[in-house]
Structure formats: structure tokens, C-alpha cells
Write a new protein. Structure first.
Length: 158
């Protein structure tokens, strides 16, 4: 059996931040720890819609447990993405202050750590280094997601 990382014994949401950002940020738990105070734990029963396509973003989500389903209406048809524990959700519209591009629903009961607009503004003012790193990481995460959607569109167009 593989030894779990040292941060797995830490209190949430720090282990979730470290897991989600692993390979995307060189910052450690000491750097990310202050960010935990800006995240709130939310529970979403299966079937709950977190947001609809076209909505103004109210939060960025890090999924601790459960599964979310994002549905995109594309000219090539509907595209669905499953978001599993340890993954983010809604980062691009949230950080760019643009309308939601998908409808996201809890596929199973979920626990997510949320960063609201008010919390984000406060984080930017009080912890600017963390806010900058969070933006950088979210751009990398968005690139991964866009690569998946682009692959789908190209496959459907062929």
C-alpha cells in the first residue's frame, strides 16, 4: 500500500486544495493554509442544480466528495462532463466574471468548498499572493477542460 501524502491528515479544505493544485502550483501547505479561511463548506443533495448556463457566477467550487455533471449545449450537440472529487468546478466564468457556459447538477450527494464573490474580493485584498496563484492555477485547470471539449468538438465534426 502506498503511503498517503502528509497533507492527507490535515483538516479540510487544505488537503483538497493541495490535491487539486498538485502539479499546477509549486506552493506548499504553508502558502495555501490562509486561503482555507475564505472557503465555505456546502452540501448539495443529488439532483441539486448548482447553476444554469447563462447565470452570473456566484462561486467557484472545489469538490470534496460526490460527483457533479456539467452539460454544455454546443452546435455539435450536447456535451457532458463528470466532475469528480478533488476537481474544481466553475473557475473560468467565476474568475473572469462572465456568464456560465454550462448547467451543473449534483449527480450524487456532494460536499464542495466554495469561494464566493465576497470571499474572493476579500482574499484579493488581504492575500494578494494567494489570489494571484489561484488565478494562475485556475487558468491551467481551464486549459485542461477546454482541451477535452475541443477534442469532443473535433471528433464530432469529423
Amino acid at each position: 500500500m502506498m503511503a498517503s501524502p502528509a497533507w492527507s491528515a490535515m483538516r479540510q479544505p487544505l488537503p483538497l486544495l493541495l490535491q487539486t493544485f498538485q502539479g499546477l502550483s509549486t506552493e506548499n501547505e504553508d502558502f495555501w493554509f490562509p486561503a482555507c479561511a475564505y472557503l465555505s463548506r456546502e452540501c448539495y443533495p443529488a439532483g441539486t442544480v448548482l447553476y444554469h448556463e447563462g447565470d452570473a457566477p456566484r462561486a467557484f467550487y472545489l469538490l470534496e466528495s460526490g460527483m457533479l455533471r456539467a452539460g454544455y449545449d454546443l452546435p455539435q450537440g450536447r456535451y457532458f462532463e463528470l466532475i469528480v472529487a478533488g476537481r474544481p468546478c466553475g473557475e473560468l466564468p467565476f474568475f473572469s466574471d462572465t456568464r456560465r457556459t454550462a448547467t451543473v447538477k449534483a449527480e450524487r450527494d456532494c460536499v464542495a468548498w466554495c469561494l464566493t464573490g465576497v470571499q474572493w474580493k476579500s482574499l484579493q485584498e488581504k492575500e494578494p499572493r494567494i489570489a494571484r496563484e489561484l488565478l494562475t492555477v485556475s487558468l491551467k485547470l481551464t486549459t485542461e477542460r477546454m482541451d477535452s471539449i475541443t477534442s469532443y468538438v473535433l471528433t464530432m465534426a469529423a
